[in-house]
Design a protein around this ligand. Structure first.
Ligand code: NAD
Ligand code: UPG
Length: 324
């Protein structure tokens, strides 16, 4: 049993991890400013409303809770927004993470799990992507996260501090038990947009770019079910608690779907032939991102349960209809 301080635990991914932590008997404190998260999504432990950029409130909350470990989800996450507002991203994602690491040092907390991203790789010329592929992010969001990874490597080399950095690919779907899911009204993620358009909450879906060098001209991504990702966090926690060294793992299934393939599957799963229109490319989008996931499967014994695009869309669709 561990005491886990979870920043961003009221958000989409964090809330699924918090649910699983609670089910495994871990003690949770969620620290979240509720900018995109929601109080109702926190199914286990307590919530302290605070900003990671507010050092005093952050440190006090950590000091009072005395965690064994920090899981850090709080971040700004929208690639095109990061292109328009880079300072917002560097401040929240890079400075915010440094604040947490400083508070951890002051409170004597030495274990950290970081929400990194496939966006740190940029536009690799080789698929699938292994963890040792050189980092060359092509947008401020990816750079704001790659900067944190550099800090983590240096800190781990210099001090008694160990971390796991999980590089998520495209996270989608919802809790199969239907308790939580994506709630952000302005969510931009493809599968969320598909099911919201199928529900009639949006008029149409735009496919951004049809001239990429891919099999059908639309971007390819590796979509991972949010509950399989949550399970990866539990394994990373066990790994660090049992003395594991600092390490980095891709979180994806290892196969990619094009935007068009996802849209077609969403029409099939929902049974709705929702309106779709082609639009110009979106700034900052790499053509293809597919994980090589051998490392996490081998070293953490990660066994995904929901590796099925139709099932991922189905859980997102059921969640979306329930909250109509
Ligand atoms: N969704 C994806 O596909 C994806 C892919 C790769 C990486 N990630 C990473 O996963 C993490 C969680 O993403 P998500 O999809 O759940 O996003 P989200 O917006 O649903 O969750 C982020 C949470 O952090 C909180 N937050 C943001 N800034 C904060 C601040 N300054 N202080 C305190 N709380 C703050 C928000 O209120 C929210 O609850 C992020 O670090 C993101 O970069 C997400
Ligand atoms: O309405 C839409 C929404 C998305 N897309 C396309 O679908 C693909 C996936 O886009 P999206 O679901 O917005 O995810 P990404 O931009 O790939 O980024 C997500 O996945 C990254 C990891 O791959 C994470 O780092 C980011 O936080 C997360 O937002 C991209 O080609 C988009 O251009 C559309 O064509 N229409």
């Amino acid at each position: 049993m561990a005491r886990v301080f979870v920043t961003g635990g009221a958000g989409y991914i964090g809330s699924h991890v918090v649910k699983l932590l609670g089910e495994r008997g871990h003690e949770v404190l969620v620290y979240d400013n509720l900018s995109t998260g929601s109080r109702k999504a926190v199914l286990s432990g307590k919530l302290v409303e605070g900003d990671i950029l507010d050092y005093k409130t952050l440190k006090d909350a950590m000091e009072n809770f005395r965690p064994d470990m920090v899981m850090h989800f709080a971040a700004k996450i929208i690639v095109p927004e990061s292109v328009k507002k880079p300072l917002l991203y560097y401040e929240n994602n890079t400075c915010g993470a440094i604040n947490i690491l400083k508070a951890m040092r002051q409170c004597g907390v030495k274990k950290f799990i970081f929400s990194s991203t496939a966006a740190v790789y940029g536009e690799p010329d080789k698929m699938p992507i292994t963890e040792d592929y050189p980092l060359n992010p092509v947008n401020p969001y990816g750079r704001s996260k790659a900067a944190v990874e550099a800090v983590l490597r240096d800190l781990s080399a210099a001090e008694d501090f160990r971390y796991v950095s999980l590089r998520y690919f495209n996270v989608a779907g919802a809790d199969p038990e239907g308790q939580i899911g994506e709630t952000k009204p302005d969510a931009t993620h493809l599968i969320t947009v598909c099911v919201r358009t199928a529900c009639g909450k949006r008029d149409k879906l735009y496919i951004y770019g049809s001239d990429y060098p891919t099999r059908d001209g639309t971007c390819i991504r590796d979509y991972i079910h949010v509950m399989d990702l949550a399970q990866a966090h539990i394994l990373a926690l066990d790994y660090l608690l049992s003395g594991g060294e600092s390490d980095t793992f891709n979180c994806g299934y290892g196969r990619g779907y094009s935007v068009k393939e996802v849209v077609d599957e969403a029409k099939k799963v929902t049974g709705v032939n929702f309106p779709v229109e082609y639009a110009p490319r979106r700034a900052g989008d790499p053509p293809e991102l597919v994980a090589d996931s051998k490392k996490i499967r081998g070293r953490l014994d990660w066994k995904p349960r929901y590796d099925d695009l139709g099932f991922i869309i189905k859980t997102a669709w059921e969640w979306e209809r329930k909250r109509v």
